[in-house]
Design a protein around this ligand. Structure first.
Ligand code: ADP
Length: 375
């Protein structure tokens, strides 16, 4: 996967404000402003004053001509001042937009007034929305870079490991009964990691491009919890953990996207097993709280130090990187959980004490939502 996207790199890789940029024109290079409009106004005003003078004095002579010229000069002077100031402001805003110099964009006095005032305001607003769009594109670009950097880093280790073990096997270890099966198991482990990563990446990409549409059906919490535990059965057996369900009796149905919420519980229970001792305990609890059903995944595992708790749902954030990777973790599980719950207008809460265990909890509505957002 390459890290270069020509379109955006050209746009943002170079500083649009740098002197070398084709659009960067300093104010001294601006075409000098001549008030042709004021001159035209003055000519019309002068002509009108001359004609009026002639009519008033009923003669063609120096007096009306003088009055006309004086009026023209006065109109020109006043017009120049008035127009010059406002058109210069407009010219400055346009230059700032062209050179992406948004920080100093000076707002016009008021949006209303005459046509020039409205035009100034429109140009100023255009500059502002361009600034917002450019800022958004810059953020997307920096997110994209960081994401690609993380993904390639995540891919490297399992790929190198698969290559290394395969080469060692081909170089003779294949016939060595004492190591060949171990090496093959390691290859399988790393291939599984790659598989997990591909799946989680596909989910998170769909989420972030709004392709994951949610359905909003009614279902029983018991069905949801049973479906989630079924999906983690293998992992639980491997680690000799037996998750227990503690579902309060007579819970009402909840509303949401069953499959996605199953995924939320699977990720949380899977973590509760992964970040636990072999034979540790995991509980899946549900009860009414403030009119909603609260679901809790509780474990007596390694726990999470407080300084990490607020960052757990960031993409690729891990407390103990090597433990996570060893367990086949991708660092994307809780980011996916956050997005799915967000689409249900719900939040994930964590209470944890290092060495004692963790509680991950969220609530589900017992009332149908008018619509669910994409995840
Ligand atoms: P991963 O694939 O690494 O498990 P997650 O996004 O699911 O990624 O979790 C992020 C990190 O949060 C994990 O790497 C782990 O350090 C920590 N974590 C999550 N759940 C638990 C838990 N139940 N107990 C202790 N640490 C946990």
């Amino acid at each position: 996967m390459g890290t270069h996207t020509p379109g955006l790199a050209v746009k943002f890789g170079e500083d649009a404000r740098s002197p070398s940029h084709a659009c960067a024109v300093s104010s001294s290079q601006l075409a000098p402003f001549r008030s042709w409009l004021a001159a035209k106004l003055a000519a019309v005003g002068g002509l009108a004053a001359t004609l009026a003078g002639m009519l008033w004095t009923s003669s063609v002579g120096w007096v009306p001509l003088g009055v006309g010229l004086a009026s023209a000069a006065a109109v020109y002077g006043a017009g120049c001042l008035w127009l010059h100031r406002r058109l210069r402001h407009l010219q400055n805003i346009l230059r700032q937009i062209r050179t992406h110099d948004f920080e100093d964009l000076a707002p016009p006095a008021a949006p209303e007034g005459d046509e020039l005032g409205t035009l100034l305001w429109e140009v100023y607003r255009t500059g502002q929305s361009l600034e917002d769009e450019i800022q958004e594109l810059k953020e997307m670009e920096s997110y994209r870079r960081e994401f690609i950097g993380n993904v390639s880093h995540e891919l490297k280790t399992p790929i190198f490991s698969v290559q290394g073990f395969a080469e060692t096997l081909l170089d003779g270890a294949l016939d060595d009964e004492s190591v060949n099966r171990t090496f093959l198991k390691k290859i399988l482990h790393h291939a599984n990691r790659l598989d997990n990563l591909a799946r989680d990446l596909s989910t998170i990409t769909k989420i972030e491009t709004n392709e994951l549409n949610m359905s909003g059906e009614a279902f029983s919490v018991m069905d949801l919890c049973e479906a989630a535990l079924e999906s983690v059965e293998m992992r639980a057996e491997e680690r000799n953990v037996h998750p227990r369900m503690e579902i309060a009796p007579n819970l009402p149905d909840v509303y949401g996207d069953f499959d996605r919420l199953r995924r939320v519980l699977v990720n949380l229970v899977d973590n509760a097993i992964k970040y636990n001792e072999e034979g540790g305990s995991v509980w899946l609890q549900a009860e009414m709280k403030n009119g909603d059903v609260e679901l809790r995944v509780v474990d007596n595992g390694i726990g999470i130090p407080e300084e990490h708790q607020s960052r757990l749902t960031e993409r690729f954030y891990r407390v103990d990187k090597s433990r996570s990777r060893h367990q086949g973790g991708t660092g994307l599980g809780l980011a996916i959980v956050k997005h799915i719950l967000g689409a249900h207008d719900r939040t994930l809460h964590v209470d944890s004490t290092p060495g004692e265990g963790s509680i991950f909890r969220f609530s589900l509505s017992t009332r149908p939502a008018s619509s669910l957002h994409p995840a």
